[in-house]
Design a protein around this ligand. Structure first.
Ligand code: G3H
Ligand code: 13P
Ligand code: ZN
Length: 311
């Protein structure tokens, strides 16, 4: 099967009350882990590539690795640019075979966000590619941009109709309390999402697919493995999976997960090397990392997103 857009995936997810996982990829093992997990769960899946991933792996390698993964399965797979900062990077990805791009001009003033987003939508739609954009500001780290907690802003439901109508986007990322990275809430903070805002946005945009970024849950058992085998990750609380399930039942059709996969990958490598100090064949520890990440993706698909058997 070849890459698909998210159009049909989101229509089914909206109607079915589940969400499709968008997992960040940086190398072959990660792509294999995600696609094998989705294939075994018979789930649609979105592989997403950030500017940082393109810089790390080279866009040509990523494209061919994703194409190779798609050849191994018949489930629907979309390839999305994550947090495209400007028209140029979106255009490069559209020209390079992506089926979806995110233009993230959410830090720009209102009219500028609309103008850039509209420009991307026109080019993307001419090429059969769908576009995600963002309103509101998530706290945390994306590439080199850090948004401090006090600068984070929930999405205003009053803005969503005008924004989607004037830009023509296909899906909208909103800020309702999620944040990027592995450190979202400090112990003692209440890790709740503003489900009331999501419900209101759903009322204003009936049938329209909503996206949640920064949706890792930071599984404590994986953090514990990292720390048991020489790491020093501070204790942090992620987004409770119960909150994500609520969001998936509502208008949220795409849930972005990166940090949890990184933690799973790293936990397995630390454990492998600590338990097998004589090993130096990368296939041994990367094989364990891939297997652990695959289990994490399966868990998300089955227990959080609800997208198993929806391929
Ligand atoms: O939202 C950001 C994603 O987790 C990608 O992270 O920019 O470090 O590749 P990155
Ligand atoms: P996490 O850091 O919570 O995994 O979020 C990833 C993300 O939103 C990618 O765009
Ligand atoms: Zn994000």
């Amino acid at each position: 099967m070849s890459l698909v857009t998210t159009k049909e995936m989101f229509r089914k997810a909206y109607e079915g009350g589940y969400a499709v996982g968008a997992f960040n990829v940086n190398n072959m093992e990660m792509i294999q882990a995600i696609v094998e997990a989705a294939n075994e769960c018979r789930s649609p899946v979105i592989l997403q590539v950030s500017a940082g991933a393109r810089k790390y792996a080279n866009p040509v390698y990523l494209r061919h690795l994703v194409e190779a993964a798609v050849e191994t399965t018949d489930i629907p797979v979309a390839m999305n640019l994550d947090h495209g900062a400007d028209f140029e990077i979106c255009k490069a990805c559209i020209d390079g075979g992506f089926t979806s791009v995110m233009i993230d001009a959410s830090s720009k003033p209102w009219e500028e966000n609309i103008a850039i987003t509209k420009q991307v939508v026109e080019y993307a739609h001419d090429h059969g590619v769908v576009v995600e954009a963002e309103l509101g500001k998530l706290a945390g780290i994306e590439d080199d941009v850090k948004v401090a907690d006090h600068d984070a802003q929930f999405t205003s439901p009053d803005e969503v109709q005008e924004f989607t109508a004037r830009t023509g986007i296909d899906s909208l990322a909103i800020a309702i309390g999620t944040s990027h990275g592995a450190y979202k809430f400090k112990p003692g903070q209440d890790p709740k999402l503003r489900i009331d805002i999501l419900e209101e946005i759903g009322r204003r945009l009936p049938g329209f697919p909503i996206v949640l970024h920064g949706a890792s849950s930071v599984p404590q058992e994986q953090v514990a493995i990292v720390n048991e085998f020489g790491g020093s990750m501070p204790n942090a609380i992620g987004i409770p999976e119960s909150e994500l399930r609520k969001a998936a039942h509502l208008a949220v059709c795409k849930i972005n997960i990166d940090s949890d996969l990184r933690v799973a990958f790293t936990a397995a490598i630390r454990k492998h090397l600590a338990e097998n100090p004589s090993h130096f064949d990368p296939r041994q520890y990367l094989g364990d990392a891939r297997a652990n990440m695959k289990e994490m993706v399966k868990h998300k698909i089955v227990d959080v997103l609800g997208s198993a058997n929806k391929a």
